[in-house]
Write a protein that binds this ligand. Sequence first.
Ligand code: HEM
Length: 204
Amino acid sequence: MQSKARDVYVPPVLQDLRAGTAELHIALEKRLPFFSDQLDADAFHRLMQAYYGFYQPLETALLDSACIPADFDLAPRLKTPTLQRDLHNMGESTQGLERLPICRKLPVIDSGAACLGVLYVLEGATLGGQILRREIATRLSLDADNGAAFLDVYGAATGRRWRDFIEYLGACPMDVDERAAVVAAAQTTFSCFERWLESREVLA
Ligand code: HEM
């Protein structure tokens, strides 16, 4: 009997994205401190401040780009409000939040394809969040109510929302150049994020 997984259709753009970002994912995953013995509540707070410093300007750039495909509903996928809530729950004041360092070296968002590449990374990160959420709940007793909602930002809908995104991505008409632009934007998103986190000294 053939396995079901083998029958799942993977659109060419997703094949390219996976091939083009797998190494970047592995490299970043290895350096993130979620499983480090040294990760205490303070270090987690600093890590989430650094996440905020990347997601906030990147989501603003997406919104300001005027390149988001007209039929894509970005608002319910924005994660900055959840990060803000987490930081507040960990004791950050509104003024403190406004003063946090913000990343300025972001991927260029100059086309619908670039938007989709950035979104692939931000949406895909919610999948790993499911593993990280359990680790942080066990290790630091943090959950959606006291500082770790970001790691479970879509809750029980995580799988469905990822499948919806992939379905949307796969249905976008794209030529070879546009596909390459999607992958390039995803790669730049990974590398900008890693460099930013490194500069904030939160990586192993
Ligand atoms: C220690 C941290 C991380 C862990 C343990 C982790 C783990 C995972 C796992 C297990 C999956 C696959 C889920 C599945 O196939 O059902 C996944 C997918 C993904 N992750 Fe991560 N991840 C981490 C961090 C990140 C970060 C920081 C980003 C980007 C900002 C990211 C982006 C992605 C993307 C784009 C996918 C989708 C890959 C695909 O199926 O096409 N991950 N991650």
